[in-house]
Design a binder for this molecule. Structure first.
Ligand code: NAD
Ligand code: UFG
Length: 359
Protein backbone atom coordinates (compact mmCIF):
# COMPACT_ATOMS: atom_id res chain seq x y z
CA UNK A 1 0.00 0.00 0.00
CA UNK A 2 1.11 3.52 -0.71
CA UNK A 3 2.41 5.98 1.88
CA UNK A 4 0.23 9.01 2.47
CA UNK A 5 1.07 12.39 3.96
CA UNK A 6 -1.49 13.52 6.53
CA UNK A 7 -1.09 17.20 7.39
CA UNK A 8 -2.72 18.10 10.71
CA UNK A 9 -3.05 14.41 11.47
CA UNK A 10 -2.84 14.93 15.24
CA UNK A 11 -5.97 17.09 15.26
CA UNK A 12 -9.57 16.10 15.89
CA UNK A 13 -10.59 14.91 12.42
CA UNK A 14 -7.07 13.94 11.36
CA UNK A 15 -6.49 11.58 14.29
CA UNK A 16 -9.73 9.69 13.64
CA UNK A 17 -8.96 9.49 9.93
CA UNK A 18 -5.47 8.13 10.68
CA UNK A 19 -7.05 5.21 12.56
CA UNK A 20 -9.33 4.42 9.61
CA UNK A 21 -6.50 4.69 7.06
CA UNK A 22 -4.10 2.53 9.10
CA UNK A 23 -6.85 -0.08 9.49
CA UNK A 24 -7.31 0.05 5.70
CA UNK A 25 -3.61 -0.81 5.26
CA UNK A 26 -2.11 2.58 4.38
CA UNK A 27 1.26 3.69 5.76
CA UNK A 28 1.16 7.26 7.01
CA UNK A 29 3.46 10.21 7.57
CA UNK A 30 1.86 12.86 9.76
CA UNK A 31 3.07 16.47 9.54
CA UNK A 32 1.78 18.64 12.38
CA UNK A 33 3.11 21.66 14.24
CA UNK A 34 0.96 20.87 17.31
CA UNK A 35 -0.40 24.41 17.37
CA UNK A 36 -3.82 22.93 18.20
CA UNK A 37 -3.04 19.35 19.21
CA UNK A 38 -0.53 17.18 21.04
CA UNK A 39 1.61 14.17 20.10
CA UNK A 40 -0.26 12.05 22.63
CA UNK A 41 -3.20 11.93 20.22
CA UNK A 42 -0.97 10.10 17.73
CA UNK A 43 0.28 7.73 20.39
CA UNK A 44 -3.30 6.77 20.98
CA UNK A 45 -3.91 6.45 17.24
CA UNK A 46 -0.97 4.02 17.14
CA UNK A 47 -2.38 2.09 20.08
CA UNK A 48 -5.83 1.82 18.46
CA UNK A 49 -4.37 0.70 15.12
CA UNK A 50 -1.84 -1.68 16.72
CA UNK A 51 1.21 0.01 15.16
CA UNK A 52 4.31 1.80 16.45
CA UNK A 53 4.58 5.59 16.30
CA UNK A 54 8.00 6.66 15.00
CA UNK A 55 9.17 10.26 15.23
CA UNK A 56 11.49 12.20 12.94
CA UNK A 57 13.34 10.46 10.18
CA UNK A 58 12.32 6.94 11.26
CA UNK A 59 10.00 4.95 9.05
CA UNK A 60 7.25 2.52 9.99
CA UNK A 61 3.52 2.48 9.47
CA UNK A 62 2.92 5.71 11.39
CA UNK A 63 5.64 8.31 11.13
CA UNK A 64 5.46 11.70 12.81
CA UNK A 65 7.24 14.82 11.61
CA UNK A 66 6.82 17.98 13.63
CA UNK A 67 6.72 20.94 11.28
CA UNK A 68 4.76 23.72 9.67
CA UNK A 69 2.99 23.43 6.31
CA UNK A 70 4.26 26.93 5.46
CA UNK A 71 7.88 25.76 5.64
CA UNK A 72 8.78 25.11 1.98
CA UNK A 73 12.21 23.71 2.87
CA UNK A 74 10.82 21.21 5.37
CA UNK A 75 8.12 20.13 2.90
CA UNK A 76 10.63 19.56 0.13
CA UNK A 77 12.87 17.60 2.43
CA UNK A 78 9.95 15.49 3.61
CA UNK A 79 8.96 14.51 0.04
CA UNK A 80 12.58 13.98 -1.01
CA UNK A 81 13.42 11.83 2.02
CA UNK A 82 10.36 9.64 1.49
CA UNK A 83 11.35 9.06 -2.14
CA UNK A 84 14.98 8.37 -1.22
CA UNK A 85 13.81 5.70 1.23
CA UNK A 86 11.81 4.04 -1.53
CA UNK A 87 8.51 5.08 0.04
CA UNK A 88 7.39 8.00 -2.13
CA UNK A 89 4.34 9.88 -0.92
CA UNK A 90 1.54 9.00 -3.31
CA UNK A 91 -1.14 11.25 -1.88
CA UNK A 92 -1.92 13.89 0.72
CA UNK A 93 -4.86 14.34 3.05
CA UNK A 94 -4.67 17.96 4.07
CA UNK A 95 -6.27 18.76 7.43
CA UNK A 96 -3.74 21.29 8.74
CA UNK A 97 -5.28 24.70 9.18
CA UNK A 98 -6.97 27.13 11.52
CA UNK A 99 -10.71 26.77 12.05
CA UNK A 100 -12.10 29.23 14.62
CA UNK A 101 -14.54 31.60 12.96
CA UNK A 102 -14.33 34.34 15.63
CA UNK A 103 -10.53 34.24 15.70
CA UNK A 104 -10.48 34.57 11.91
CA UNK A 105 -12.38 37.85 12.23
CA UNK A 106 -9.84 39.14 14.80
CA UNK A 107 -6.73 37.92 12.99
CA UNK A 108 -7.52 37.49 9.30
CA UNK A 109 -3.90 37.66 8.10
CA UNK A 110 -2.97 34.65 10.20
CA UNK A 111 -5.87 32.71 8.68
CA UNK A 112 -4.88 33.66 5.13
CA UNK A 113 -1.28 32.79 5.90
CA UNK A 114 -1.85 29.34 7.41
CA UNK A 115 -4.87 28.24 5.39
CA UNK A 116 -4.08 29.72 1.98
CA UNK A 117 -0.33 30.33 1.95
CA UNK A 118 0.24 27.06 3.81
CA UNK A 119 -1.79 25.17 1.23
CA UNK A 120 0.07 26.92 -1.59
CA UNK A 121 3.39 25.76 -0.11
CA UNK A 122 2.07 22.22 0.20
CA UNK A 123 0.81 22.18 -3.40
CA UNK A 124 4.13 23.51 -4.70
CA UNK A 125 6.01 20.72 -2.91
CA UNK A 126 3.55 18.14 -4.19
CA UNK A 127 3.93 19.41 -7.74
CA UNK A 128 7.70 19.40 -7.69
CA UNK A 129 7.79 15.85 -6.32
CA UNK A 130 5.19 14.44 -8.72
CA UNK A 131 2.51 13.86 -6.08
CA UNK A 132 -0.85 14.86 -7.56
CA UNK A 133 -3.49 13.29 -5.32
CA UNK A 134 -5.04 15.50 -2.65
CA UNK A 135 -8.01 15.31 -0.29
CA UNK A 136 -8.69 18.77 1.11
CA UNK A 137 -10.68 19.70 4.25
CA UNK A 138 -13.15 22.22 3.00
CA UNK A 139 -16.17 23.35 4.96
CA UNK A 140 -19.88 23.97 4.73
CA UNK A 141 -19.03 27.38 6.14
CA UNK A 142 -18.41 28.54 2.57
CA UNK A 143 -22.16 28.39 1.87
CA UNK A 144 -22.63 31.27 4.34
CA UNK A 145 -26.34 31.75 5.00
CA UNK A 146 -27.73 29.32 2.44
CA UNK A 147 -30.71 30.18 0.25
CA UNK A 148 -31.85 26.57 0.03
CA UNK A 149 -31.84 23.62 2.45
CA UNK A 150 -30.77 20.85 2.12
CA UNK A 151 -27.73 22.46 0.49
CA UNK A 152 -26.41 20.96 -2.76
CA UNK A 153 -22.82 21.49 -3.89
CA UNK A 154 -24.15 23.77 -6.63
CA UNK A 155 -25.34 26.32 -4.03
CA UNK A 156 -23.53 29.66 -4.22
CA UNK A 157 -20.21 29.96 -2.44
CA UNK A 158 -20.77 33.07 -0.34
CA UNK A 159 -18.74 32.94 2.87
CA UNK A 160 -19.52 35.46 5.58
CA UNK A 161 -16.27 35.37 7.57
CA UNK A 162 -12.51 35.28 6.86
CA UNK A 163 -12.25 31.59 7.74
CA UNK A 164 -14.87 30.79 5.10
CA UNK A 165 -13.12 33.03 2.58
CA UNK A 166 -9.86 31.11 3.09
CA UNK A 167 -11.62 27.80 2.38
CA UNK A 168 -13.24 29.25 -0.74
CA UNK A 169 -9.86 30.63 -1.87
CA UNK A 170 -8.19 27.24 -1.50
CA UNK A 171 -10.97 25.56 -3.49
CA UNK A 172 -10.39 28.20 -6.20
CA UNK A 173 -6.64 27.58 -6.13
CA UNK A 174 -7.21 23.84 -6.50
CA UNK A 175 -9.45 24.36 -9.55
CA UNK A 176 -6.84 26.64 -11.12
CA UNK A 177 -4.12 24.10 -10.49
CA UNK A 178 -6.15 21.31 -12.02
CA UNK A 179 -7.03 23.47 -15.03
CA UNK A 180 -3.30 24.02 -15.65
CA UNK A 181 -2.54 20.27 -15.58
CA UNK A 182 -5.85 18.40 -15.97
CA UNK A 183 -4.13 15.11 -16.76
CA UNK A 184 -2.31 15.10 -13.45
CA UNK A 185 -4.36 16.28 -10.52
CA UNK A 186 -6.79 14.11 -8.58
CA UNK A 187 -8.39 16.37 -5.99
CA UNK A 188 -11.30 16.04 -3.59
CA UNK A 189 -12.68 19.10 -1.81
CA UNK A 190 -14.73 17.69 1.03
CA UNK A 191 -17.16 20.19 2.49
CA UNK A 192 -17.74 19.00 6.04
CA UNK A 193 -20.89 19.90 7.89
CA UNK A 194 -20.68 19.66 11.72
CA UNK A 195 -18.16 16.99 12.75
CA UNK A 196 -18.73 15.75 16.32
CA UNK A 197 -18.46 12.63 18.50
CA UNK A 198 -15.36 10.52 19.07
CA UNK A 199 -13.82 7.12 18.42
CA UNK A 200 -16.05 4.60 20.25
CA UNK A 201 -13.08 3.49 22.40
CA UNK A 202 -13.00 6.92 24.03
CA UNK A 203 -9.21 7.03 23.49
CA UNK A 204 -9.26 9.88 20.95
CA UNK A 205 -11.72 12.75 20.65
CA UNK A 206 -12.07 16.50 20.41
CA UNK A 207 -9.91 18.45 22.87
CA UNK A 208 -10.28 22.15 22.17
CA UNK A 209 -7.90 24.63 23.80
CA UNK A 210 -9.62 27.02 26.21
CA UNK A 211 -13.34 27.70 26.07
CA UNK A 212 -14.95 25.67 23.29
CA UNK A 213 -16.51 27.70 20.47
CA UNK A 214 -18.70 24.89 19.27
CA UNK A 215 -21.84 23.35 20.68
CA UNK A 216 -20.81 19.73 21.08
CA UNK A 217 -17.53 20.12 22.99
CA UNK A 218 -19.15 22.78 25.17
CA UNK A 219 -22.04 20.45 25.95
CA UNK A 220 -19.58 17.65 26.83
CA UNK A 221 -17.74 19.94 29.23
CA UNK A 222 -20.99 20.99 30.91
CA UNK A 223 -21.88 17.30 31.30
CA UNK A 224 -18.65 16.63 33.24
CA UNK A 225 -19.23 19.84 35.24
CA UNK A 226 -16.17 21.61 33.86
CA UNK A 227 -18.55 24.42 32.95
CA UNK A 228 -21.70 25.36 34.84
CA UNK A 229 -24.18 25.67 32.00
CA UNK A 230 -24.64 25.92 28.27
CA UNK A 231 -25.85 29.09 26.56
CA UNK A 232 -28.21 28.30 23.72
CA UNK A 233 -27.68 31.05 21.17
CA UNK A 234 -31.19 32.16 20.35
CA UNK A 235 -34.61 30.63 20.98
CA UNK A 236 -36.47 32.67 18.38
CA UNK A 237 -35.11 31.26 15.13
CA UNK A 238 -37.63 30.27 12.45
CA UNK A 239 -37.38 26.56 13.31
CA UNK A 240 -39.90 24.23 15.03
CA UNK A 241 -38.40 24.68 18.53
CA UNK A 242 -36.83 28.11 17.93
CA UNK A 243 -33.19 26.89 18.06
CA UNK A 244 -30.77 26.52 15.12
CA UNK A 245 -30.63 23.34 13.11
CA UNK A 246 -27.36 21.74 11.99
CA UNK A 247 -26.24 18.57 10.26
CA UNK A 248 -24.09 16.77 12.85
CA UNK A 249 -21.82 14.09 11.45
CA UNK A 250 -20.02 11.46 13.54
CA UNK A 251 -16.28 11.97 13.15
CA UNK A 252 -15.83 8.26 12.36
CA UNK A 253 -18.30 8.59 9.48
CA UNK A 254 -16.30 11.59 8.32
CA UNK A 255 -13.08 9.55 8.58
CA UNK A 256 -14.67 6.80 6.46
CA UNK A 257 -15.61 9.50 3.93
CA UNK A 258 -11.91 10.38 3.51
CA UNK A 259 -10.98 6.77 2.84
CA UNK A 260 -13.80 6.54 0.29
CA UNK A 261 -12.73 9.79 -1.40
CA UNK A 262 -9.13 8.64 -1.66
CA UNK A 263 -10.12 5.27 -3.11
CA UNK A 264 -12.37 6.97 -5.68
CA UNK A 265 -9.65 9.44 -6.68
CA UNK A 266 -7.04 6.77 -7.33
CA UNK A 267 -9.44 4.51 -9.25
CA UNK A 268 -10.81 7.20 -11.58
CA UNK A 269 -9.26 9.56 -14.14
CA UNK A 270 -7.84 12.86 -12.82
CA UNK A 271 -10.55 15.25 -11.70
CA UNK A 272 -11.65 17.72 -9.03
CA UNK A 273 -14.42 16.25 -6.90
CA UNK A 274 -16.35 18.66 -4.70
CA UNK A 275 -18.62 16.93 -2.22
CA UNK A 276 -20.66 17.67 0.86
CA UNK A 277 -19.97 15.30 3.74
CA UNK A 278 -23.02 15.41 5.94
CA UNK A 279 -25.87 13.16 7.02
CA UNK A 280 -28.71 15.03 5.36
CA UNK A 281 -30.48 15.06 8.76
CA UNK A 282 -30.91 18.21 10.79
CA UNK A 283 -30.98 18.42 14.58
CA UNK A 284 -31.82 21.50 16.62
CA UNK A 285 -29.70 22.63 19.55
CA UNK A 286 -32.42 21.47 21.95
CA UNK A 287 -32.60 18.08 20.22
CA UNK A 288 -28.84 17.66 20.63
CA UNK A 289 -29.07 18.58 24.32
CA UNK A 290 -31.84 16.05 24.87
CA UNK A 291 -30.03 13.30 22.94
CA UNK A 292 -26.93 13.95 25.04
CA UNK A 293 -28.94 13.82 28.28
CA UNK A 294 -30.37 10.50 27.14
CA UNK A 295 -26.92 9.08 26.29
CA UNK A 296 -25.16 10.33 29.43
CA UNK A 297 -27.88 10.11 32.04
CA UNK A 298 -26.82 13.64 33.07
CA UNK A 299 -28.97 16.75 33.10
CA UNK A 300 -27.49 19.57 31.02
CA UNK A 301 -28.26 22.96 32.59
CA UNK A 302 -28.82 25.57 29.89
CA UNK A 303 -30.24 29.03 29.34
CA UNK A 304 -31.47 30.59 26.14
CA UNK A 305 -29.37 33.66 25.36
CA UNK A 306 -28.96 36.11 22.48
CA UNK A 307 -28.43 34.90 18.94
CA UNK A 308 -24.77 34.57 17.95
CA UNK A 309 -23.87 36.97 15.14
CA UNK A 310 -23.24 35.21 11.84
CA UNK A 311 -25.27 32.07 12.61
CA UNK A 312 -27.67 30.72 10.00
CA UNK A 313 -31.01 29.27 11.14
CA UNK A 314 -30.65 25.97 9.31
CA UNK A 315 -27.74 24.29 7.52
CA UNK A 316 -28.24 20.71 6.39
CA UNK A 317 -26.31 18.92 3.64
CA UNK A 318 -27.73 17.39 0.56
CA UNK A 319 -25.47 14.31 0.71
CA UNK A 320 -26.71 12.75 -2.56
CA UNK A 321 -23.56 13.45 -4.57
CA UNK A 322 -21.25 11.81 -2.01
CA UNK A 323 -23.42 8.71 -2.13
CA UNK A 324 -23.41 8.68 -5.94
CA UNK A 325 -19.70 9.38 -6.37
CA UNK A 326 -18.17 7.65 -3.33
CA UNK A 327 -20.83 5.07 -2.37
CA UNK A 328 -20.45 6.64 1.05
CA UNK A 329 -23.06 7.87 3.47
CA UNK A 330 -23.24 8.31 7.21
CA UNK A 331 -23.94 5.20 9.25
CA UNK A 332 -24.03 6.55 12.78
CA UNK A 333 -26.99 8.23 14.51
CA UNK A 334 -27.17 11.26 16.78
CA UNK A 335 -27.59 8.80 19.70
CA UNK A 336 -24.26 7.14 18.75
CA UNK A 337 -22.60 10.53 18.39
CA UNK A 338 -23.69 11.42 21.93
CA UNK A 339 -22.77 7.99 23.34
CA UNK A 340 -19.23 8.13 21.89
CA UNK A 341 -18.72 11.80 22.75
CA UNK A 342 -19.73 11.02 26.32
CA UNK A 343 -17.36 8.02 26.58
CA UNK A 344 -14.50 10.26 25.41
CA UNK A 345 -15.39 13.15 27.75
CA UNK A 346 -15.84 10.93 30.79
CA UNK A 347 -12.50 9.22 30.21
CA UNK A 348 -10.71 12.50 29.42
CA UNK A 349 -12.53 15.25 31.31
CA UNK A 350 -9.65 17.70 30.78
CA UNK A 351 -8.89 16.56 27.23
CA UNK A 352 -5.39 15.25 26.52
CA UNK A 353 -3.64 17.88 28.62
CA UNK A 354 -3.50 16.07 31.92
CA UNK A 355 -2.43 12.76 30.44
CA UNK A 356 0.53 11.12 32.05
CA UNK A 357 1.65 9.63 28.73
CA UNK A 358 4.93 11.04 27.42
CA UNK A 359 4.98 12.54 23.95
P1 NAD B 1 -7.84 20.65 14.57
O1 NAD B 1 -7.41 22.01 14.97
O2 NAD B 1 -8.18 19.68 15.63
O3 NAD B 1 -6.73 19.99 13.62
C1 NAD B 1 -5.90 20.77 12.78
C2 NAD B 1 -4.48 20.27 12.96
O4 NAD B 1 -3.61 21.04 12.12
C3 NAD B 1 -3.97 20.43 14.39
O5 NAD B 1 -3.35 19.23 14.82
C4 NAD B 1 -2.96 21.57 14.30
O6 NAD B 1 -1.94 21.46 15.27
C5 NAD B 1 -2.47 21.42 12.88
N1 NAD B 1 -1.94 22.65 12.29
C6 NAD B 1 -2.48 23.89 12.34
N2 NAD B 1 -1.70 24.76 11.68
C7 NAD B 1 -0.65 24.05 11.18
C8 NAD B 1 0.49 24.39 10.42
N3 NAD B 1 0.73 25.65 10.04
N4 NAD B 1 1.36 23.41 10.08
C9 NAD B 1 1.16 22.13 10.49
N5 NAD B 1 0.09 21.76 11.23
C10 NAD B 1 -0.80 22.71 11.56
O7 NAD B 1 -9.06 20.83 13.56
P2 NAD B 1 -10.06 19.75 12.96
O8 NAD B 1 -11.39 19.96 13.56
O9 NAD B 1 -9.46 18.40 13.02
O10 NAD B 1 -10.12 20.29 11.46
C11 NAD B 1 -9.30 19.76 10.43
C12 NAD B 1 -9.58 20.52 9.15
O11 NAD B 1 -10.96 20.42 8.84
C13 NAD B 1 -9.25 22.02 9.22
O12 NAD B 1 -8.69 22.41 7.99
C14 NAD B 1 -10.61 22.65 9.40
O13 NAD B 1 -10.66 23.96 8.87
C15 NAD B 1 -11.52 21.71 8.64
N6 NAD B 1 -12.91 21.73 9.10
C16 NAD B 1 -13.19 21.48 10.41
C17 NAD B 1 -14.52 21.53 10.85
C18 NAD B 1 -14.88 21.29 12.29
O14 NAD B 1 -15.96 21.69 12.71
N7 NAD B 1 -14.03 20.64 13.10
C19 NAD B 1 -15.55 21.79 9.94
C20 NAD B 1 -15.23 22.01 8.61
C21 NAD B 1 -13.90 21.98 8.21
N1 UFG C 1 -24.40 26.97 19.83
C1 UFG C 1 -25.00 27.26 21.03
N2 UFG C 1 -24.22 27.39 22.12
C2 UFG C 1 -22.86 27.23 22.08
C3 UFG C 1 -22.25 26.93 20.84
C4 UFG C 1 -23.05 26.82 19.73
O1 UFG C 1 -26.21 27.40 21.10
O2 UFG C 1 -22.19 27.37 23.12
C5 UFG C 1 -25.25 26.80 18.66
C6 UFG C 1 -24.89 27.74 17.52
O3 UFG C 1 -25.56 28.96 17.65
C7 UFG C 1 -25.36 26.93 16.32
C8 UFG C 1 -25.15 25.48 16.75
O4 UFG C 1 -25.06 25.49 18.16
O5 UFG C 1 -26.72 27.13 16.14
C9 UFG C 1 -23.90 24.87 16.17
O6 UFG C 1 -22.82 25.74 16.42
P1 UFG C 1 -21.30 25.30 16.30
O7 UFG C 1 -20.47 26.45 16.72
O8 UFG C 1 -21.10 24.00 16.98
O9 UFG C 1 -21.16 25.01 14.73
P2 UFG C 1 -21.39 25.96 13.47
O10 UFG C 1 -22.53 25.38 12.71
O11 UFG C 1 -21.48 27.37 13.85
O12 UFG C 1 -20.02 25.81 12.68
C10 UFG C 1 -19.29 24.59 12.60
C11 UFG C 1 -17.79 24.90 12.59
C12 UFG C 1 -17.41 25.56 11.30
C13 UFG C 1 -17.88 24.75 10.14
C14 UFG C 1 -19.36 24.57 10.22
C15 UFG C 1 -19.81 23.72 9.09
O13 UFG C 1 -17.45 25.74 13.67
O14 UFG C 1 -16.00 25.64 11.23
O15 UFG C 1 -19.67 23.91 11.45
O16 UFG C 1 -21.20 23.75 8.99
F1 UFG C 1 -17.59 25.36 9.00
Amino acid sequence: MARLLITGGAGFIGSHTCVVLLDAGHDLTVLDDFSNSAPVALQRVAELAGVQLRSGSGSGRLQLIEGDIRDDGALNQLFATASAKGEPLSGVIHFAGLKAVGESVQDPLRYWDVNVNGTRALLAAMESHGCHTLVFSSSATLYGSPNQVPIPESAPVQPINPYGHTKAAVERMLHDLSAAAPDHWRIACLRYFNPVGAHPSGRIGEAPNGIPNNLFPYLCQVAVQRRPELSVFGGDWPTPDGTCIRDYIHVMDLADGHRAALETLVSEPPQVLTLNLGSGQGASVLEVIHAFEEASGRTIPFTISERRPGDAAVTVADPTAAWQRLSWRTQRSLAEICRDGWIWQQGNPEGYDLDAEAA
